[in-house]
Design a protein around this ligand. Structure first.
Ligand code: ADP
Ligand code: ADP
Length: 228
């Protein structure tokens, strides 16, 4: 599904954001990406989106070497990746239904597909009764559920969640995690960058830990910190 082969990223200011990273994530895995601020998590994620290019090395996503994805092809390539952010990033002037529908229109889904799929994903995240509400009328947890619905509307093969529980109280964060686990069970590969120690420690999933651009830990049922 995802393979980094000796990937290095040196920004113009010579910061070594990723330092000879090699790692493989299989289809269907759920992976936490952890590390202090500045460790390279965002660079790792941006590389998967082809927002930044490796200085050296290769990134392969779903049998596609990203080197071969031209600028013109990037929007098409990204259709297969769903994104969830800490700050939800919903469109404030659109209601819940339209926020999800919009994401589908962008990729030229037909009105028929949209009418079928939007109610389905809203039901999946438990928001069928809020479809006409606007983001400002929703709690943080509800807004994140809309953002999850939007992220899965186009059936992504990979879902990247960047600190998705960062603005949520612990109970609400658990609800979002349950949904992410459900989405993963249904077959979507999930990469979640996070600082939520409790969630990582209780989830018993793979943990890839970055430190100064290097993978310092990669454990099957990992913990947020390794205290040996
Ligand atoms: P994290 O997401 O773990 O906080 P980043 O990938 O954002 O880490 O950053 C890794 C390193 O690269 C940091 O030292 C950061 O300052 C540097 N960096 C990130 N983006 C840029 C950029 N656009 N230009 C220069 N340096 C950058
Ligand atoms: P149009 O496509 O012309 O906007 P629709 O009848 O599809 O007309 O939608 C009108 C509004 O009704 C939408 O903006 C949306 O808010 C709401 N809506 C439409 N279908 C549904 C649905 N299945 N569930 C919830 N809200 C819906």
């Amino acid at each position: 599904m995802i393979e980094f082969k000796n990937v290095t990223k040196k920004y113009d200011n010579k910061v070594m954001a990723l330092d000879n990273i090699s790692v493989r994530i299989d289809s269907g895995e759920f992976v936490f990406l952890v590390g202090a601020s500045g460790a390279g998590k965002s660079t790792f994620v941006k590389m998967l989106l082809k927002e930044v290019e490796p200085t050296s090395g290769e990134v392969i996503v779903g049998n596609k070497n990203l080197k071969g994805v031209t600028k013109k092809d990037v929007p098409y390539y990204r259709r297969k990746i769903g994104m969830v952010f800490q700050d939800y990033r919903l469109i404030p002037t659109l209601n819940v239904y339209e926020n999800v529908a919009f994401a589908m229109r962008v990729i030229d889904a037909t009105p028929k597909e949209i009418r079928r799929r939007v109610p389905m994903v809203l039901a999946l995240v438990g928001l069928s009764d809020r479809s006409r509400s606007f983001p400002s009328e929703l709690s943080g947890g509800e807004q994140q559920r809309v953002s999850l619905a939007r992220a899965i509307a186009n059936n992504p093969t990979l879902l990247i969640a960047d600190e998705p529980t960062g603005n949520l109280d612990p109970e609400t964060a658990k609800d979002i995690m349950r949904l992410l686990m459900d989405i993963n069970k249904a077959g979507t590969t999930i990469l979640m960058a996070t600082h939520a120690k409790d969630i990582v420690d209780s989830s018993k999933r793979r943990v890839i830990a970055l430190e100064k651009g290097q993978i310092v830990r990669d454990e099957k049922k990992g913990r947020y910190e390794f205290n040996a």
